[in-house]
Design a protein around this ligand. Sequence first.
Ligand SMILES: [Zn+2]
Length: 295
Amino acid sequence: MTSAGRFAPSPSGELHVGNLRTAILAWLFAKSSSRSFLLRVEDLDRARSGAEAEQLRDLQAVGVNWDAAVVRQTERAALYDDAIARLTAEGRTYECFCTRREIQEAPSAPHAPQGAYPGTCLRLSHAEREIRRASRPASIRLRSDTAEWAVEDQLHGTFVGMVDDFVLRRNDGVTAYNLAVVVDDAAQGIDQVVRGDDLLPSTPRQAYLATLLGLPAPEYAHVPLVVNHAGARLAKRDGAVTLGDLAAVGIPAQRVRDLILESLGLPAGTLRDALSEFDPKKLPKTPWVWKNPQA
Ligand SMILES: [Zn+2]
């Protein structure tokens, strides 16, 4: 089995500076630990036509290259089906018919953390389930036997987070992110996950699920996001934040790459050159505030 890191964008639109910075960090983490680097397109949901090609082009423009063919989640349904079938065979799944509103309005179980699924459908009788099947397609939930799980993160140390009966397959048939990401990382030999720290809260669910599936949990590094002047996560509405927009105002991709490297305390230049200076322990722990550069 290979040892690999990865970047896994959703092709919902153009990558912005924050996405590119996370991709560069993932590349640096992988290459500095003698791993190969893989690219996975997470296109199960919200995919926009043409976005994948734009994203791959922009990654290469800032120096992020990958070592094997790009993998797309829409081509991997059999792997997800197999994982859900294995969990189901072990009695670890159940059908859920709740609407979002029913979940919000349900009384939460005693001592359950905020936002946890209240377990409504776990207690349905066979007859009740038959009635509800006739009116609404079911989502598939994990029957979890823990309320929390701990993960080790290179930047955050030990992180303990909620594990509830989370969704494995949505009621529109789409595989849930938490399942797909666990199955894919293991199948691709990915043993290092570097991504934005907005995903840290869902990581215990994924590590727990990996354990249930008998898969090794990767090592994690959740890196700070890029924010706008108001401290909110960078978004398209924050001005020129994509390579296309920045090129239009006279800022080439190499300059964007250099700004990102400097924000990480690394010398401007190629990613290969930055590699010798890269030390995860020296990374900034706070978000990077993006200011639109002058041409
Ligand atoms: Zn339910």
